[in-house]
Design a protein around this ligand. Structure first.
Ligand SMILES: [Fe+2]
Length: 124
């Protein structure tokens, strides 16, 4: 059973998918069940992943994280997403970009998520 907005990864080929319609089946890739990524919410190392949400006059800025995360070829923030009042917005990033994204939207109920190519899925 999947749930909307859940994220699953194939541990063989590395495919990652986000659920947009929930159903009873098990997601399979490369012949085995995909693994549901759990959203981490607390950093224990010096490297910071928890998204920092800043509400601005003209929108929402999300930075990863309280100390800027590396944006190297093999270790970077692949995307930042916000979910605001039931709408989701995603910004894809590349190595060399700043680990942040600005969304020109307003709302009261804000969740931010990001995916690190090495350390997985994070949420605030
Ligand atoms: Fe990381």
């Amino acid at each position: 059973m999947t749930k909307k907005l859940e994220i699953y990864k194939c541990e063989i080929c590395g495919n990652i998918v986000e659920v947009t319609h929930e159903a009873a089946g098990v997601l399979v890739c490369c012949g085995q069940p995909m693994v549901k990524l759990e959203e981490q919410t607390a950093d224990s190392s010096t490297e910071k992943h928890v998204p920092v949400i800043e509400e601005k006059e003209d929108g929402i800025m999300v930075k990863v994280g309280s100390v800027p995360h590396p944006m190297e070829e093999k270790h970077y923030i692949e995307w930042i997403e916000i979910i605001v009042d039931g709408k989701s917005y995603k910004q894809y990033l590349n190595p060399g970009d700043k680990p942040e994204a600005f969304f020109p939207v307003k709302g009261s109920n804000i969740v931010a998520r990001e995916y690190c190519s090495v350390h997985g899925l994070w949420k605030s």
